[in-house]
Design a protein around this ligand. Structure first.
Ligand code: URP
Ligand code: ZN
Ligand code: ZN
Ligand code: ZN
Length: 466
């Protein structure tokens, strides 16, 4: 059963070309000069559309237990929302809680996701307790389970936190088995002091979440992680949810030295701010409580992050999708910002929000595709199966309409959230058609996919290292 996508403009990191794309079954089999492909197959008209690889969101937290509750999207609702937004692969974070056997945490994550996903999925592993057993488990996960990246936390003492000795040992292990260390780089013990002092002064509102997590404590942790990775014989290091200029400068310095140090940012840091969102009147700002926090609009963070995307000091845009409803979940922190569950939901909007950068002249079309699809696939061992429109790759394809418009609202989104962090945002551009492994799952805003279509993707090692 073959289908020819005709008349579109195929975008890849290396160029933008008019090509017809032939799909057979679940795979892309050939690209043709316009009008020269087979005539006796089904056709999808992509005239006027960009034909891009399906988005790869390398940072999601479906059903994450956190802050006394759990993220409100299940693998079912979250991957369906991802599909609507042109994301056809997610890499979610399985969790080893402190004291838990790593493989048990992984098994629990498989149990949550199996049969529930609408698009393909893979896992990173959060290590909540680095000890001898966990270090041995890292080898097993890389060799047998298709998990080649491990997230550690310099933040959240008492929850996911690792101390520097634990971090160093995990980095040494990763250096030996080829895995990537992903780092939540904020100085948690110092933040906890600032949080207690703020609460003691009666500063309880959402904006104090941001004010007690100053940029310096992200920059310090980022720098420390980079130095620890150098001590671990240059273990590959990936800084997650980078939000601020000084942390970016630390990454840029390491990259200029030729190190395997990488970073992602997220749409919220490119667009939203401490003052306008976190500082919204009353308790409203709770909607935007996430860590790292939104940064001040009076400083150069957003400009610097867009520049970092152009220079590749920021390689990837992921969402850090971790939704909590306002009612009943964010409400847990009314009167004490430190109890507001941390996270923002954006899995449905990443492709659109970054296309806005193209529309605004901040990013090239090629760089858009690279940061939302190709590099995440390469970084995390999914390439060339994902992230590229080429013969042999999975037929994960999005037809994107540059003449369309998207208005984001809780009234129209598909995420399981009672509000939108992006309410009222207007995007020049629109997801038109989404194809996952050869099946049209979204077309003209209508859903044709099904729960269980998405498969687990065992990953190889990163193919992005220098
Ligand atoms: O606020 C956030 N980022 N919530 C998700 C957990 C994490 O640290 O990534
Ligand atoms: Zn629930
Ligand atoms: Zn984190
Ligand atoms: Zn996260």
């Amino acid at each position: 059963m073959a289908t020819l996508i005709t008349g579109g403009t195929v975008v890849s990191p290396t160029g933008t070309h008019r090509n017809d794309v032939l799909i057979d079954g679940e795979k892309i089999v050939a690209l043709f000069a316009p009008g020269t492909g087979p005539q006796d197959v089904a056709a999808i008209d992509a005239t006027g559309k960009y034909v891009i690889p399906g988005g790869v969101d390398a940072h999601t937290h479906m059903e994450l237990p956190f802050g006394g509750t759990h993220a409100s999207d299940t693998f079912d609702t979250g991957t369906r929302a991802a599909a609507f937004g042109g994301t056809t692969t997610i890499v979610d974070f399985a969790v080893q809680r402190t004291g838990e056997v790593v493989q048990d945490g992984l098994a629990a994550w498989h149990a949550k996701a199996a049969g529930e996903c609408h698009v393909d999925y893979a896992f990173h592993m959060i290590l909540g307790g680095v000890d001898d057993d966990a270090l041995k488990a890292m080898d097993v996960l890389v060799a047998d389970e298709g998990i080649s990246s491990f997230k550690l936390f310099m933040a959240y003492p008492g929850v996911f936190y690792s101390d520097d000795g634990q971090i160093l040992r995990a980095m040494q292990k990763a250096r030996d088995n080829g895995a990537m260390i992903m780092m939540h780089a904020e100085n948690g013990p110092a933040i906890d002091v600032l949080v207690q002092q703020a609460l003691a002064r009666g500063e309880t509102g959402p904006i104090h979440h941001g004010l007690t997590r100053p940029e310096a404590l992200e920059a310090e942790a980022t720098h420390r992680a980079i130095m620890l990775a150098s001590v671990a014989a240059d273990c590959p290091l990936y800084i997650v949810h980078l939000s601020a200029s000084k942390a970016l400068a630390a990454v840029a310095e390491a990259r200029d030295a030729g190190r395997n140090v990488f970073a992602e940012t997220c749409p919220q840091y490119l667009y939203l701010t401490l003052e306008d969102q976190l500082g919204a009147p009353g308790f409203e700002g709770a909607k935007w409580v996430c860590s790292t926090p939104l940064r001040s609009k009076h400083e150069s963070h957003r400009t610097d992050l867009w520049r970092g995307l152009r220079t590749n000091d920021l390689a990837i845009v992921s969402t850090d999708h971790c939704p909590f409803c306002f009612k009943d979940q964010k409400e847990l922190g009314r009167g004490d910002f430190s109890r507001i569950p941390n996270g923002i939901g954006s899995v449905e909007h990443r492709v659109d929000l970054l296309y806005q950068g193209v529309a605004d002249g901040k990013l090239s079309l090629e760089r858009w595709v690279e940061t939302i699809a190709t590099t995440p696939a390469r970084m995390f061992g999914l390439y060339p199966r994902k992230g590229v429109i080429a013969p042999g790759s999975d037929a994960d394809i999005v037809l994107y309409d540059p003449a369309g418009r998207t208005r984001i609202s809780v009234e129209t989104h598909h995420m399981n959230m009672d509000h939108s962090a992006w309410e009222g945002y207007e995007i020049a551009g629109k997801v038109d058609t989404v194809i996952s492994r050869g099946t049209v799952i979204v077309s003209g805003g209508t859903y044709h996919g099904r729960k269980g279509h998405g498969r687990y993707l065992p990953r190889g090692l990163s193919t992005y290292l220098v």
